[in-house]
Design a protein around this ligand. Structure first.
Ligand code: ATP
Length: 463
């Protein structure tokens, strides 16, 4: 179970009757892991030991008062929202609590609806705050916790590294993820990384919504009951059943019909669905990742995509940059694909002539990495000389390489950079490697690089 999922809702009151009432009410409203404490002296040790998402605090208590605890919590645990409960319904106490940093103020006897809605809001704020903190930590130290989840995604681009870190930051959340970007940029590959990082036990199931009418979409996603329609000779489970406990990846979501959008919205809101022809309500626990190469603000303005569905889907969202905006990835990808393809074809791995890279740098790549893969596949298949040159890439206008044509010739620099690197590229690489080997410890990395720590720190910020 993830770190965020393990967080407790702590209710503190010296009256056992109130503790029981609040605890029952919250449990009945699906608020998980409610812990109660009747002795206010145990609150700070509990906070020091356990992970707490929100605290519900009685104001008037023996030993340590609600006021004292509120002061300590807002100063030592500013990320934990505190909801104060008190019988003194006076305006002054309420204003005082809020000024001291309380998240909300409830008067006793507490109205059940008001209590549950306050706790839900506080939980949302707490989860957002948690994710922001995790994200900030990641952005500050540029380390990956699960590098193995990103194996097979070749990149040296800063924005792509940022996406890796974002994916790790949202790993513990079960909220939907929306991935946008042009066709072939690697959205499905990254969706798979989200799945792997999240460590869920179920499978990664992919459904491409392009060209599916509402009937086909519903049948594929939800399945059908025997006899639901002509030809439905037996019951069939949909992909949502197959994705139980795992991830459901919905590709080309921008193509979804309005009727299908309503059904998907229900799955996201209620986590419930019906098989076609059946009135048996089924539950879905699959995490949903959606992807599209369309512009959602345009689709929404034109009335082709529901606002409510969009807002449900984009609880977490990232945009994958097109290949032409991360040209530093070109040589690495060409080498990676050339290597993979030549092994598949049983051919010796060719070198890549720098003029190929220079020419490809001017190519528009409307099909992005997928298009590059196809071009390299063709080139490797046709190549007879052991060196991939511009002539192996039909349709590519040769651009004279600014660097002299250097054949790989066992030079290790080519293994790393795919071409003769610039000074900036070597520096970036050295810094990245030092940080990786030093496990993100800047002092150690600076020592390895032979520079002062502030110099390394400045360079990391400039990157
Ligand atoms: N950074 C990368 N490293 C290695 N392979 C990549 C990378 N990005 C994409 N690919 C490969 O390019 C192909 C296209 O990637 P993918 O299917 O993930 O793109 P997509 O954005 O989901 O495309 P579409 O919008 O058409 O569904 C796949 O074969 C994938 O393995």
């Amino acid at each position: 179970m993830s770190e965020l999922d393990m967080q407790h809702v702590l209710v503190v009151d010296d009256e056992p009757g109130i503790l029981q009432e609040v605890s029952l009410l919250l449990s009945a409203s699906d608020v998980p892991r409610v812990v109660t404490l009747s002795d206010s002296r145990e609150v700070l040790p509990f906070l020091a030991e356990k992970s707490v998402s929100i605290v519900m605090l009685d104001w008037v208590m023996p030993h340590v008062t609600g006021r004292d605890l509120l002061e300590r919590i807002t100063s030592d645990y500013p990320h934990i929202p505190v909801v104060v409960m008190t019988a003194m319904g006076d305006v002054e106490t309420a204003v005082g609590c809020m000024k001291m940093g309380a998240f909300d103020f409830l008067t006793k006897p507490v109205d059940p609806n008001r209590l549950v809605s306050s706790v839900r809001k506080a939980l949302q704020v707490s989860e957002l705050g948690n994710q922001n903190r995790i994200l900030k930590d990641y952005l500050l130290d540029d380390r990956l916790r699960s590098p193995e989840a990103f194996e097979g995604i070749v990149t040296r681009n800063k924005k792509m590294r940022g996406i890796f870190q974002y994916i790790e930051a949202i790993a513990s959340s079960r909220q939907p993820v929306l991935i946008t970007g042009e066709t072939g940029v690697g959205k499905e590959l990254l969706a798979n990384a989200v799945h792997r990082v999240s460590g869920v036990s179920g499978p990664f199931i992919s459904l491409n919504a392009a060209g599916l009418d509402d009937f086909m979409f519903s049948d594929t996603l939800f399945g059908h009951k025997k006899g639901a329609f002509t030809g439905a000779d037996s019951k069939r489970d949909g992909l949502i059943t197959a994705a139980a406990g795992g991830t459901l990846f919905l590709d080309e979501i921008g193509d979804l019909s309005l009727a299908s959008q309503i059904k998907l919205l229900r799955v996201l809101q209620e986590k419930e669905y019906y098989r076609m022809g059946s009135d048996l309500l089924l539950k879905s626990e699959a995490r949903i990742i959606a992807a599209s190469n369309m512009d959602f603000s345009a689709l929404r303005k034109e009335g082709k995509f529901r606002h409510d569905l969009y807002f449900r889907l984009c609880a977490h969202e990232f945009h994958v940059p097109p290949l032409r905006e991360r040209l530093e990835d070109l040589p690495l990808l060409i080498e990676y694909f050339a290597d993979r393809i030549s092994r598949q074809l049983g051919k010796p791995v060719p070198s890549v002539s720098p003029d190929v890279v220079s020419s490809l740098e001017h190519y528009p790549f409307s099909g992005n990495v997928r298009e590059l893969y196809n071009m390299v596949h063709h080139a490797v298949t046709c190549c007879e000389t052991g060196i991939l040159g511009s002539s192996d890439f039909p349709g590519l206008k040769p651009v004279q390489a600014r660097t002299p044509v250097v054949v790989r010739d066992g030079n290790p620099l080519f293994d790393v950079f795919g071409k003769f690197p610039t000074i900036v590229q070597v520096e970036d690489y050295l810094i990245e490697e030092a940080m990786r080997l030093a496990h993100g410890n800047q002092t150690m990395a600076a020592e390895m690089l032979g520079v002062a720590r502030p110099t390394l720190n400045r360079k990391l910020k400039e990157k």
